[in-house]
Design a binder for this molecule. Structure first.
Ligand SMILES: Nc1ncnc2c1ncn2[C@@H]1O[C@H](COP(=O)(O)OP(=O)(O)OP(=O)(O)O)[C@@H](O)[C@H]1O
Ligand SMILES: [Mg+2]
Length: 252
């Protein structure tokens, strides 16, 4: 199963969602490859505190080399990113858009799931992720800008599908952390109107503990008991995403 977590709007919860999906699936006994396609390296620093083995950098695909993902936790392997990835962004030759796909086609078979965290743009790295995966999950913070960004993302997916490449939107995952309650309700209705059939039903609530979880490198359900509700919504969302992708994969 290959999933990209994408939305070109910044700060909507991509990395937070990727981090929790990876942990939820690994805890269920699956072998998961986390691919950080963002030169900000946020996913990498949430998963690993030590020095980065240079051969684990996903940037190697752009030099025609293979990254060697390393194990960062039980069941979790990381193809890492750091700021040096950004030097590749300017090379827009056609083959550069297929680098991640080429590597995953050759070496991704060892994993039950591959999850790619994207940067906040529709540039080279996100396109690599969309070409290399089957499914896209788009987190949206519940705001009007996010709804607009989602339309752009869908436009890009359609263009890629026209040339026979590119993932399908598996679903939209609402993060209700950025706006006030009344606005949240209005945008949720808008999202339900436009994406009703693919909107995941588990909204991720706002919680300072989510931020803390990423900083501490532990999923929110492992922080403390009183955060069970937030932890549960991440876990239920992870199950819903898994089941939907599984069903989609089975139906060709
Ligand atoms: N449910 C939540 N409650 C409170 N804060 C949250 C929640 N989810 C994410 N955040 C915080 O919001 C910020 C943005 O989240 P995150 O880094 O996951 O977004 P992103 O889409 O990956 O951002 P970027 O576009 O920069 O890659 C982070 O500081 C994160 O800790
Ligand atoms: Mg991010």
């Amino acid at each position: 199963m290959r999933i990209a977590v994408a939305n070109q709007k910044g700060g909507v919860g991509k990395t937070t969602l990727t981090f929790h999906l990876i942990h939820a699936w690994a805890e269920d006994g699956r072998k998961v490859l986390a691919v950080d396609m963002d030169p900000q390296g946020d996913l990498t620093s949430s998963l690993w505190r030590g020095d980065l083995p240079q051969n684990a950098l996903v940037a190697r695909v752009f030099d025609g080399n293979e990254p060697r993902p390393f194990q960062v936790a039980p069941g979790i392997f990381l193809a890492a990113a750091e700021i040096s990835l950004s030097v590749h962004e300017k090379d827009l030759s056609l083959k550069n858009y297929f680098r991640l796909k080429t590597w995953l086609d050759a070496k991704g078979g060892d994993f039950d799931a591959i999850v790619v965290d994207c940067p906040p743009s529709l540039g080279l790295f996100t396109i690599n992720a969309l070409v290399a995966t089957r499914w896209v999950v788009a987190p949206v913070d519940v705001s009007l800008y996010s709804v607009r960004a989602l339309r752009d993302l869908l436009g890009s997916l359609e263009e890629l599908q026209e040339i026979g490449e590119g993932a399908k939107l598996l679903g939209v995952a609402p993060f209700a952390f950025a706006s006030r309650q009344r606005a949240t309700k209005a945008v949720q209705e808008l999202l339900a109107d436009e994406y009703g059939n693919i909107l995941f039903s588990h909204v991720i609530p706002s919680s300072a503990r989510v931020r803390e979880a990423i900083i501490l490198g532990r999923p929110v359900w492992k922080l403390r008991r009183d955060e069970q509700a937030v932890g549960d919504s991440f876990r239920k969302l992870a199950s819903q995403i898994w089941e939907r992708a599984q069903k989609g994969d089975e139906h060709g």
